[in-house]
Design a protein around this ligand. Sequence first.
Ligand SMILES: Cc1cc2nc3c(=O)[nH]c(=O)nc-3n(C[C@H](O)[C@H](O)[C@H](O)COP(=O)(O)OP(=O)(O)OC[C@H]3O[C@@H](n4cnc5c(N)ncnc54)[C@H](O)[C@@H]3O)c2cc1C
Length: 254
Amino acid sequence: MPNLDPERYLRLTLTRREHFTDDVGVLHVEASEPISFTPGQYATLGLVVDDQPRPLLRPYSVIGTPGDTHLEFYLERVDDGQLTPHLWRLQPGATLWMRRKIVGRFVLDTEVHHHVMAATVTGVGPYLSILRTWLDTPASKRRNDRFLLIHGGSYASELGRYRHEMEDYAAQHDAITYIPTVSRPREALDWTGERGRVEDVLRKHWDAAGFPLHDTALYTCGHPQMIDKAQGIGARAGLSADRIHEEKYFVERH
Ligand SMILES: Cc1cc2nc3c(=O)[nH]c(=O)nc-3n(C[C@H](O)[C@H](O)[C@H](O)COP(=O)(O)OP(=O)(O)OC[C@H]3O[C@@H](n4cnc5c(N)ncnc54)[C@H](O)[C@@H]3O)c2cc1C
């Protein structure tokens, strides 16, 4: 076990892993102390691989509520990736490390009250933290926000349990609209939801929501191609650059 500086790194214990598909799943971890962060931010997770003296580190959006010791990480395995194949082999009880400083500017834009959120698969993580925290706030103290969340994947199975969680929130709260969309619906014959990529259905649902432009922000998280296209839609709709937010998970290989 490496000698990591406890001032910088916190030890996490893997308590449970969930698989939505072979390549998409969730790591549930428990920290020894409450974690403070702003919903939407990301953590730097580390795993010690092959007895190396330093953990292999990658950024991951934090799913949870500030002050809790339980966190979730919604992950996609990259076949030839350095870290994710190792994460896939971890068993409950395994140790992970996390930089104590949870960072990032992909948080709720408090300048506005209407939030259009676009995510590919695991990119829904920041929105889960934002919405869980918003819902945890007593109604009398809650900001008067409205949310439209478009969540896409190739297959419905990739959206996993989080689709049901968001559907429940939307069913219980008029302030939340959740639109899951699947780009390969032929492989799930019972799929009755939207068909197409996030960027294909974004404009239609944004228009239907009737959000006033001067009080709206657009958030884009996950796959870089979706982010670029959704941001083009936002700019053409007339949103200023400072109301368009992004969390790009990777740079595409050419
Ligand atoms: C701020 C931030 C937050 C992130 N949050 C999440 C998250 O919540 N969940 C999550 O699954 N990932 C997230 N990522 C991506 C994550 O940090 C890693 O890049 C990813 O898990 C791959 O790591 P790896 O070591 O297995 O692959 P690497 O060895 O780092 O990457 C190998 C190659 O795969 C490409 N790549 C990385 N991710 C993907 C992907 N999903 N699909 C296709 N190609 C990819 C990289 O560009 C690189 O060229 C986030 C990234 C950033 C910058």
